[in-house]
Structure formats: C-alpha cells, structure tokens
Ligand binder design. Structure first.
Ligand code: RB5
Length: 171
C-alpha cells in the first residue's frame, strides 16, 4: 500500500464492469476502525490503499474530509446527481460528525451521510445517492460499522422521486 502525499486513506476496488472505486480515510480518532475496514475489504478482494494517518497523533479531520470528498467529486466529473457514483468515500473520525460537517460543502457538493445503523446505510444509498459514508469509531461498534460500510457500497440508488428531491437540493 502506497502512502499518498495528501496523507489520506483510500481503498480502490472495481466491483464489476464499469463500476467505480472507493476512497477511505480517518483522523487519529478513527484509526482502529479504519484498520478494520482495510482488513475486511482486503479480505473481500478490494484493492486497498491506506493513505494515513498512520498514528494516533492528533490531527485535523477537515484536512482529510476535503481530500476524500474532493477526489469523489473529481471522479464524478460531469455526472448528474442521479448517476451511480464513480467512486465512494468513507470517512472515520471519533463521532463521524466532524467529517460529515466538513464534506465538500460548496457546489458541487459531495453527498455525505453519517450512518449508525444498516437501515441508514441502505436508505442513504437508495434515497440520497450518498457518495461519502461517515462513521464514528467512538460511537458505532466495529462489527456494525463494517456491515454498514459493506451495505453502503453494495446498495444502488433508486432514482424516481428520490432524484427529484436531490435535484431540489442541488439545483
Ligand atoms: C477528535 O477528538 C474528534 O473531535 C474527531 O475525531 C471527530 O469526532 C470530530 O467530529
């Protein structure tokens, strides 16, 4: 795994033909869960790039959120809000809240979702076409968080009335 100059943590995997890849990172309070995600997803054949941070030395989560969300947006290119994301991001901090607040908030904005259960993970993909998952290592148990991540990555956007609502936000 190659560390990036940005010091982020990313995981890349082709799920199927024409499918996108995944970008992951944490702050110092998300290291343990980040490591568990790398392990779980590596075991499942995902191409994982852990780009840091590598230690529990205090660092600033906005630096990490901007990096991942910027990549997700760059990957999206000229995609419309109804398109399946070309890539997904996962941000892990202590609560998940800081990262969710600091997702690329200005248009074009990433659609970041803080999830604490599988219901939210499924719904935010089906209804919000979320492209960034935020997790709180100090809040959500590791087993639940891993299942949330897998469900998030494997659930498709439903479109229809949900796309109308996303367009109302982003339009
Ligand atoms: C770090 O102490 C903590 O503030 C951070 O990981 C995150 O939870 C912020 O929202």
């Amino acid at each position: 795994m190659e560390p990036s100059p940005a010091g982020s943590f990313s995981h890349i995997k082709k799920r199927q033909e024409n499918d996108g890849y995944r970008l992951y990172r944490s702050d110092h309070a998300g290291l343990e869960l980040k490591a568990a995600l790398v392990k779980r997803l590596s075991e499942k054949g995902h191409d994982v790039h852990d780009l840091g941070p590598a230690t529990t030395e205090s660092c600033d989560y906005p630096v990490y959120a901007k990096g991942v969300c910027g990549k997700v947006l760059a990957d999206a290119g000229n995609a419309t809000p109804g398109d399946e994301p070309a890539s997904f991001g996962i941000l892990v901090c202590g609560t998940g809240i800081g990262h969710e607040h600091d997702r690329q908030p200005h248009p074009p904005a990433s659609r970041a979702a803080l999830c604490g259960c599988e219901f939210q993970a499924r719904a935010t993909r089906q209804h919000n076409n979320a492209n960034v998952l935020c997790l709180g290592e100090r809040v959500t148990g590791q087993g639940v968080a891993l299942d949330i991540a897998e469900l998030f990555l494997n659930t498709a956007f439903e479109g229809g009335r949900h796309l109308r609502r996303i367009n109302q936000i982003e339009g």
